[in-house]
Design a protein around this ligand. Structure first.
Ligand code: SF4
Ligand code: ZN
Ligand code: ZN
Length: 314
C-alpha cells in the first residue's frame, strides 16, 4: 500500500512531478496552499478587492469558485460570480444550471450574461467563422470584462489551469505571435476600460484540478462542448501530458522558464493602442472591436451603444 508522506495513512493521490503521495485530506491542503501561493506570488488580490469569478460550470471554474470562497475571509476579498450563456444548444443550459447551484449553495451573488441579448449566439457563428473557438474566446473576454466592470469588480478571476496557460503558450510560440506571448501572464493589470485579470490556478495542473473536484465532491459538467473536438487547444494539452508522462515535472519547468526568462524579455513587445470601439464604446485596438465585428457577421447590423442585459441574482 502506498502511504501518505505526511501522515502515513493510505495515499489517495500520487503526484509524480513532486514524487509525492498524499491522502485525501493532505492533498486538499496541499492544493489550496499552492493556489494561495500563486495568489501571493503574483500579487493577484489586495485586501478589500471585489473579485468577479468567471464560472462556466466546468470543473476548473467550479474549483476556482470553491477555493476563492474558502479563502475569501482569510485574504479579505469579496467574491461575486459571472456566468455566460453562449447559446450552444444542448450544452449551455446544463452548465448554467450547475453554476447557479454553486452560487446558491455558497450564497454568492451572481449575474448571468446572455449572448443572445446581444443579438446572436455561438451556434449561429458555425459556418460563418471557421474557428468557432477563437471567436468564442473573443466573446467570453468581451462579456466578462464588461460585466465585471459594470459590477464594480476590481479583479476578474478565471479558472485557467497550468495546462490552459501552456497550451496558449505553445500555440503562440508556433505562430510566432509575440503579442499574445507578451500578454500571457497570471496577472494582467487594469487598463483603461479593462478590469485586471488573474488566473489563480496557473500553477495547478489540470489533473490535480480534477482530483480536487472529485475528492471534494464538487458538482461539475463533464460533457464537452460540441465544438471542443476540433479545438487545437485539446491537442496541445494531450501533447503536453504525453511529455509530462515521460518527463514528470516538465510542465512546471516550462511555466517557470517562461515566467522568469522569456516573459520579461518580451515586455517591450509593442502592445496594440487602446481606443474605444465606435459601435459599443468598449476598449478596442481597432475602430470597431472584435466582438462587434462578430455580431455584425451574424446579424448584419451595427448595435450602437448596446446596453447589457439586466442583472440576475445580484
Ligand atoms: Fe467556446 Fe470552443 Fe470552449 Fe465551446 S469549446 S465553449 S466553442 S471555446
Ligand atoms: Zn495524509
Ligand atoms: Zn464593440
Amino acid at each position: 500500500m502506498v502511504r501518505c508522506r505526511l501522515c502515513g495513512r493510505a495515499a489517495t493521490v500520487r503526484l509524480r512531478y513532486a514524487n509525492l503521495s498524499l491522502c485525501k485530506e493532505h492533498f486538499i491542503k496541499f492544493f489550496e496552499r499552492r493556489v494561495l501561493r500563486s495568489i501571493n506570488r503574483y500579487g493577484m488580490f489586495r485586501r478589500g478587492d471585489r473579485v468577479a469569478v468567471a464560472v462556466s460550470g466546468g470543473k476548473d471554474s467550479v474549483v476556482l469558485l470553491q477555493v476563492l470562497y474558502d479563502l475569501s475571509e482569510r485574504i479579505g476579498i469579496e467574491v461575486v460570480g459571472l456566468t455566460i450563456d453562449l447559446g450552444i444548444a444542448g450544452y449551455s443550459n446544463a452548465y448554467l444550471e450547475v453554476a447557479k447551484r454553486h452560487y446558491e449553495r455558497l450564497s454568492i451573488p451572481y449575474r448571468v450574461i446572455r449572448l443572445r441579448d446581444y443579438g446572436f449566439t455561438v451556434d449561429e457563428l458555425v459556418g460563418i467563422r471557421r474557428n468557432v473557438c477563437s471567436a468564442c474566446g473573443v466573446i467570453k473576454r468581451y462579456l466578462l470584462n464588461r460585466a465585471a466592470r459594470e459590477e464594480g469588480a476590481d479583479v476578474l478571476a478565471t479558472g485557467h489551469s497550468m495546462d490552459d496557460f501552456l497550451s496558449v503558450l505553445l500555440q503562440a510560440y508556433i505562430r510566432g505571435d509575440l503579442e499574445t506571448l507578451a500578454k500571457l501572464s497570471p496577472k494582467l493589470p487594469k487598463a483603461d476600460g479593462l478590469v485586471a485579470r488573474v488566473k489563480p490556478l496557473v500553477e495547478t495542473p489540470e489533473r490535480d484540478v480534477l482530483a480536487y473536484a472529485l475528492l471534494r465532491e464538487l458538482e461539475y459538467v463533464e460533457e464537452e462542448c460540441p465544438y471542443a473536438k476540433g479545438a487545437t487547444s485539446v491537442e496541445y494539452k494531450m501533447i503536453l501530458n504525453s511529455l509530462e508522462d515521460r518527463h514528470p515535472g516538465i510542465k512546471f519547468q516550462m511555466l517557470r522558464a517562461f515566467m522568469s526568462r522569456i516573459q520579461p524579455a518580451l515586455k517591450t513587445e509593442k502592445k496594440g493602442f487602446l481606443r474605444r470601439c465606435e459601435e459599443c464604446g468598449e476598449p478596442s485596438s481597432r475602430n470597431v472591436c472584435q466582438f462587434c465585428r462578430l455580431r455584425k457577421l451574424v446579424t448584419g447590423e451595427a448595435g450602437k451603444h448596446l446596453s447589457s442585459n439586466p442583472v440576475s441574482g445580484m
